[in-house]
Design a protein around this ligand. Structure first.
Ligand SMILES: [Zn+2]
Length: 74
């Protein structure tokens, strides 16, 4: 087995402007905090890390494990 660290790609929808943005190269310890990343479009980021204010967090649209294979490789 490969010993390289697993990483994920996440697609999020900004809670403020509703636009989609993608985060790549997420490690396991970062995946749990993607909802608090600042939006690259409007720079909005949730004001608090406290759970419960779901309307002020980005929505996770997609989350997939990165395979490390180049795009288009068959
Ligand atoms: Zn935004």
């Amino acid at each position: 087995m490969q010993s390289r660290q697993k990483t994920w790609t996440a697609v999020l929808q900004c809670y403020a402007c509703n636009r989609l943005f993608t985060l790549t190269g997420l490690t396991a310890d970062k995946v749990g905090f993607i909802a608090w990343e600042p939006c690259p479009h409007c720079r909005a980021h949730p004001p608090t890390r406290h759970a419960g204010i779901r309307s002020e967090m980005h929505r996770s649209v997609d989350l997939r494990e990165e395979t490390g294979k180049p795009e288009g490789e068959s």
